[in-house]
Design a protein around this ligand. Structure first.
Ligand SMILES: *Cc1c(COP(=O)(O)O)cnc(C)c1O
Length: 226
């Protein structure tokens, strides 16, 4: 099956109210254009320079999501155009995003990444760390960022029960932070969870955005590209 067949099937499977982010990292622009010409315009990338380079040559009505770990010195590459940054994991990073947003005269939408897998290789804040960030004085001075919800990455495991409980945890943290900090803010409404191996599960547990790469574009060959 080709890329377009893949995305067609996945789009049929996903409810209307869940946003599908086609994760195109490591894939060439020809592959992205194939999906774009089919009519899908929401893509995710996890490397700032790669995203900047692709954005420069692709149609301007694409909605680009940044989903990878972001270093503060690289925010500038994506700040002019990025639609949503899923991976905010520190006050320092948020402050840099705010600075770049001011430079670009825009408001940048962000999600806070929560560590739900508790694996050393994964980034993200605990619920308490997220609370600290949201309670801080500095956070309240940032006028050019908008927190739209949370993101989480499930463990790499075949154990659906474990994955499901991680997604349940993210939903419950979302509800408690909503209650504590965003009760009057409708824009705090997104839960980004679910990838190729677990997006159905994530949707059952309340995901509003799924980030799907290999099930659309095929497996990634990092060696060939780097
Ligand atoms: C690569 C990546 C995805 C997509 O992974 P697939 O398993 O290929 O669907 C989703 N989220 C993040 C944060 C990623 O880095």
């Amino acid at each position: 099956m080709g890329i377009v067949d893949n995305i067609k099937l996945i789009r049929e499977e996903i409810p209307q109210n869940v946003k599908l982010i086609a994760v195109s990292k490591t894939k060439p622009v020809e592959d992205i254009l194939e999906v774009y010409n089919f009519g899908h315009k929401v893509f995710g990338e996890n490397k700032p320079q790669e995203l900047r380079d692709k954005e420069a040559v692709m149609p301007k009505d694409i909605e680009w999501h940044f989903i990878g770990h972001l270093q503060t010195n690289k925010v500038k590459y994506i700040a002019p155009f990025v639609s949503l940054i899923h991976s905010v994991d520190s006050l320092k990073l948020l402050s840099e995003i705010n600075k770049e947003a001011i430079k670009n005269e825009r408001i940048i939408d962000c999600l806070i990444q929560i560590d739900i897998a508790h694996e050393e290789t994964k980034f993200g804040l605990s619920e308490n760390q997220a609370r600290e960030l949201l309670s801080s004085e500095e956070f309240h001075t940032m006028k050019n960022i908008r927190i739209c919800g949370l993101m989480g990455i499930g463990s790499i495991t075949d154990d659906n029960k474990k994955t499901r409980s991680e997604f349940k945890e993210l939903k419950s943290i979302f509800l408690s932070l909503k209650q504590a900090f965003f009760l009057t803010q409708e824009s705090f409404s997104e839960i980004s969870m679910g990838m190729s191996s677990d997006y159905s599960l994530a949707i059952e547990e309340g995901s509003t955005m799924v980030r799907v790469g290999s099930s659309i574009f095929g497996s990634r060959n990092y060696l060939k590209l780097q």
